[in-house]
Design a binder for this molecule. Structure first.
Ligand SMILES: Nc1ncnc2c1ncn2[C@@H]1O[C@H](COP(=O)(O)OP(=O)(O)OP(=O)(O)O)[C@@H](O)[C@H]1O
Ligand SMILES: [Mg+2]
Length: 239
C-alpha cells in the first residue's frame, strides 16, 4: 500500500535528512515509526505526503510511483490523509467547518453524509458540532484532526504523534479511535509516536529509525517482548 524504496530527502541541497529510507506498509496495517527527536520521522511523513519531494529513491502508493507529485495532488487523487504534528486543526473554525475543510472536494450531500458518519464514529464531534475548535481539549482536537483527514474516505492515513501532550486516559481514547477507523474502514495507517509501548500495543509492526534510515524493524509484539530493544529504543521496561 505504501512502499518507500531507498528514499533520500532533505530541506536544503547540502544536507540529507532521509538517507536511504526503505519501508513498507500493507493494506489495513497499523505501522508505527519510532526513534529519537530529530531522526527524520516527521520528514519521512512529509515526504510521503508530498510536502518534500525526494531527490533519490521512490515513494509508491497503491502501486503507483508518486515520488514527484506534490501534496495537493496526493491528498486529492491518491486517497491519502495526513495529520501533521502541529497546527492540525483550524482553531477559529467550528467542528463542522473543520470537517467541511476536509471535505472540500466532495459533493455537498456526500460531505454532509460523511460528517454524520464521522460524528457517529466519534460522538464528541457531534456533541460540540457548532463550537469553535479552540474550545476543545487536546484529545478532542486530535480526534477532530483525525476526522478531518478522514472526510474524503482516504485509504491511507499518515499520523504525526497523534497522542502528543495527552493524558494516559485520553491517549487511550485517541488510540481506540485509530483502531476503530482501521477496523471499520480498513484504512492503512502509518504513524509516528513517542509513546512507544502504547503505540506498539495497537500496531501490527514498527520501524525504529536512526539518523535518517531504518535501524530496526519487526512485529510490534516481538519488539515489545525484546529486552534489548526495550532498553535501547523503547525507554525501559514493559508495564
Ligand atoms: N522545515 C525544516 N527546515 C529545515 N530543517 C528541518 C525542517 N524540519 C526539520 N528539519 C530538520 O530535519 C531533521 C529531522 O527533523 P524531523 O522533524 O523529521 O524529526 P523527528 O524525528 O520528527 O523529530 P521529533 O521527534 O522531534 O518530532 C532535524 O535535524 C531538523 O532540524
Ligand atoms: Mg516529528
Amino acid at each position: 500500500m505504501i512502499d518507500i524504496d531507498n528514499v533520500v530527502a532533505g530541506y536544503t541541497a547540502e544536507i540529507d535528512i532521509l538517507r536511504g529510507m526503505t519501508l513498507a506498509v500493507r493494506p489495513a496495517e497499523i505501522v508505527t515509526l519510532l526513534g529519537p527527536n530529530g531522526c527524520g520521522k516527521s520528514t519521512l511523513l512529509k515526504t510521503i505526503a508530498g510536502y518534500l519531494l525526494p531527490r533519490g529513491g521512490r515513494v509508491t502508493l497503491r502501486g503507483k510511483d508518486v515520488s514527484q507529485i506534490p501534496v495537493h495532488h496526493k491528498i486529492r487523487h491518491c486517497s491519502l490523509g495526513f495529520v501533521p504534528q502541529t497546527e492540525n486543526v483550524f482553531s477559529a473554525l467550528t467542528i463542522r467547518e473543520n470537517l467541511q475543510v476536509g471535505g472540500h472536494y466532495m459533493a455537498k450531500a456526500d460531505c454532509a453524509r460523511r460528517m454524520e458518519e464521522l460524528c457517529a464514529l466519534y460522538p464528541i464531534l457531534g456533541r460540540k458540532f457548532d463550537a469553535r475548535a479552540a474550545s476543545m481539549s487536546g484529545g478532542e482536537r486530535q480526534i477532530l484532526a483525525l476526522a478531518r483527514a478522514l472526510m474524503p474516505r482516504p485509504e491511507i492515513l499518515l499520523l504525526d504523534e497523534p497522542s502528543a501532550g495527552l493524558s494516559p486516559k485520553v491517549l487511550h481514547e485517541v488510540f481506540d479511535a485509530i483502531v476503530q477507523v482501521r477496523d471499520q474502514e480498513r484504512v492503512t495507517i502509518l504513524m509516528v509516536e513517542q509513546n512507544a509501548m502504547e503505540a506498539l500495543r495497537i500496531s501490527d509492526r514498527a520501524y525504529v529509525l536512526s539518523m535518517g534510515s531504518v535501524a530496526l524493524t519487526g512485529d510490534a509484539a516481538a519488539l515489545m517482548r525484546d529486552e534489548k530493544v526495550r532498553e535501547l529504543y523503547l525507554g525501559g521496561r514493559a508495564h
